[in-house]
Design a protein around this ligand. Sequence first.
Ligand code: NAG
Length: 135
Amino acid sequence: MASFLTLLFPLLAIITVGPKTVAKAAPDVTYISALCGPKTDPNPPELSDRVFQVTALAINFTSPDGFGSCSAVDTEPVVYGFGWCPNVVSQQDCTTCLQFAQNWVLNTLCKDVYGGQITLAGCFLRYETYKFCDA
Ligand SMILES: *[C@@H]1O[C@H](CO)[C@@H](O)[C@H](O)[C@H]1NC(C)=O
């Protein structure tokens, strides 16, 4: 019994250290594709705020379960957001991937456009000023 425990302890130590190493691994944010809606002119500032808010909501409510999550900011002008993490397993990686996607699509790829979607290897994020998902 004593020798079994001596064998078991180093093993448990390895198992405990294992997941921490995995959790530190970054999600796969390799760019796959993006689509932007038509440029809206003039750009109402409250719409940018809503687009940011709705994508933040989508990020907060999306879990890596294989299903996406639809969110809405439902005061006019209405904006819908949808997050999906089909290829990641941890909540942390899902959130990190979607935050990366949000930053990229809102600030660079589809800047000042109020409809956009981006597909990365680990996640998908879309937002529109019309109802494209059930919130
Ligand atoms: C998302 O979650 C963070 C952390 O809990 C929180 O600070 C933030 O207000 C949330 N954002 C939205 C839009 O709910």
